[in-house]
Design a protein around this ligand. Structure first.
Ligand code: SF4
Ligand code: SF4
Length: 282
């Protein structure tokens, strides 16, 4: 196991308790005296800060480079529109750029034979960094209506402290922002519920991450008598890292924006056991 692994906490759908698991792991590791950093990659709806209540130290704007065409230099050859995989340039008499579709890949500027394209930065959000006690904290906030989450997620992860265990709180689902979060994790912890929807979305997530060759483990949150998730995990050779019981007091504590450990000490043992299982998988 690496001294400071990166662990992504993900889920096939929202509302499974992914952030609860991530913040409590951060609190547990900090209480054990380990160096840990929580990175909220759920940039459309970051909410780990509500519980960890970090003291923010920096806020930095993040932008992506988008092309600007100098119409006087442009010969209307159309090569920039041809090379753009994202249909962010349409050829009329001159190229018309749609900045909100641009992924900032730079290909159009590279192919322009007359150097008529320069780049300017388009702001997509901010990265905020700070601390909660000894826990390092970073989160991204995507501008409202902004579709380009992956570059902001990469900017959050660029603030990773190499001398701390990193916990990436992933967006829910299986789309590009999730892949951007999970890509360089050493382990993916998939949080799910024992419901047909939970099982369905877990299977989608497993199908997404397995081709990436990522080690994975499953946390069954609000576990009850329904064993279909556990049966699926057994069939798929996925370790079940923890079964966290359905406990109304946890939801009440969570609703107050408090850490479960602070109210319910027995939950510390549960997360202790979860971390031991995670270490076995690293
Ligand atoms: S930078 Fe890339 S994505 Fe953006 S317009 Fe140019 S080719 Fe398209
Ligand atoms: S590649 Fe350059 S010259 Fe050709 S249409 Fe685009 S901006 Fe104009």
């Amino acid at each position: 196991m690496k001294a400071f692994p990166a662990i992504a906490i993900a889920s096939g759908k929202g509302g499974t308790g992914k952030t609860t698991v991530a913040i409590h792991l951060a609190a547990l590791l900090a209480a054990q005296g380990r160096a840990v950093q929580y990175l909220d990659c759920d940039v459309e709806e970051p909410n780990g800060h509500l519980f960890l209540k970090p003291k923010m130290e920096r806020s930095e704007s993040v932008g992506i480079p988008v092309p600007v065409v100098d119409a006087a230099q442009c010969t209307s050859c159309g090569k920039c529109a041809e090379v753009c995989e994202f249909n962010a340039i349409a050829m009329l008499k001159k190229p018309l750029v749609f900045p909100e579709l641009c992924h900032g890949c730079g290909a159009c500027a590279l192919v322009c034979p007359v150097g008529a394209i320069r780049e300017t930065s388009r702001a997509i959000g901010v990265v905020e960094t700070g601390r909660t006690g000894t826990i390092g904290f970073a989160q991204g906030r995507l501008n409202v209506g902004e579709p380009m989450a992956p570059p902001l997620i990469r900017a959050v992860k660029a603030r990773r402290n190499p001398d701390a265990i990193a916990l990436f709180d992933s967006p829910p689902g299986t789309s590009c922002p999730v892949v951007a979060t999970v890509r360089d994790a050493d382990l993916v912890v998939l949080v799910t519920e024992p419901t047909p929807f939970g099982l369905h979305d877990l299977a989608l997530a497993v199908d997404t991450f397995r081709p990436m060759g990522k080690p994975m483990g499953v946390v069954v949150n609000r576990a009850d008598d329904d064993r279909r998730v556990q049966d699926y995990c057994q069939a798929e050779n996925l370790p079940v890292l923890a079964e966290l019981p359905d406990d109304r007091r946890v939801a009440e504590t969570y609703a107050r924006g408090e850490l479960v450990f602070d109210r319910l000490p027995e939950w510390r043992d549960r997360f202790d056991a979860l971390w031991s299982r995670i270490e076995e998988c690293l």
